[in-house]
Design a protein around this ligand. Structure first.
Ligand SMILES: [Ca+2]
Length: 227
């Protein structure tokens, strides 16, 4: 028997008249495809615990061909009154997130059709925030020191809600493919982030892409991907 391997299928191929065998570890994951611009399609993610956060690491794997001056919502967590944690590709291509107020923006290479792994980290105690793209880390910025993200909201992919679950704008919708969305309530060490980015991002203690309940609505296609 091959050695154990987490959430994978083992493929065993015998060759050379059963004298040897080759094992390969295939990791299955779900990926969400948003095929077109809409003001209706979204996927709600059901977290394992309330998002009352004084720190986080938020990761995702994303690809989009939207270009030009077009805002793109990449992740939205909203309570009835506030955008608590919203991640954007800005009009000018910068990547950003907003914690109920003005945001923090990173001038980084733009997203495109090739899959990109992103991780944002933020720590309220210092305000330190940074962005990882694939295995590279940005500069650190100071943002919203002392702030706490509030519980009681909903996590959406695909749309930016301007109220609790609605007020969507087609010109801010996500079009493309997104997967490996994971959220931790603490800042992971740089090496842990970078190691995940070369394999698969998984294991968030607030949102774990491997086990999270996804509630799609509208024109969203779930596909299975072998990593
Ligand atoms: Ca909006």
């Amino acid at each position: 028997m091959p050695p154990p391997c987490n959430d994978v299928l083992w493929h065993t191929e015998f060759f050379f008249s059963r004298m040897a065998s080759v094992h390969s570890c295939v990791s299955l994951t779900i990926s969400l495809v948003f095929p077109s611009e809409t003001s209706t399609s979204y996927v709600e993610m059901i977290p394992k615990k309330p998002l009352r956060l004084k720190a986080f690491t938020l990761c995702m794997r994303v690809a989009t061909e939207l270009s030009g001056e077009r805002e793109i919502i990449l992740f939205a967590y909203r309570t009835p009154d506030f955008d608590e944690l919203n991640v954007w590709r800005e009009l000018d291509g910068r990547l950003s997130f907003y914690l109920s107020g003005g945001g923090v923006l990173f001038q980084v290479p733009g997203l495109g059709a090739l899959q990109t792994r992103l991780c944002f980290t933020w720590d309220s105690s210092s305000g330190a925030t940074a962005l990882f793209i694939d295995d590279r880390k940005s500069l650190t910025k100071i943002y919203r020191k002392g702030h706490t993200i509030r519980a009681g909201g909903r996590v959406l992919l695909g749309q930016d809600p301007d109220n609790y679950l609605g007020g969507f704008d087609i010109n801010q919708s996500f079009v493309g493919e997104i997967s490996e969305v994971n959220l931790w309530d603490y800042v992971l060490p740089d090496t842990a982030v970078q190691d995940m980015m070369t394999a698969k991002m998984t294991g968030g203690n607030v949102l774990d892409w491997e086990t999270v309940e996804l509630r799609p609505d509208g024109e969203v296609v779930e596909i299975n991907v072998n990593l």
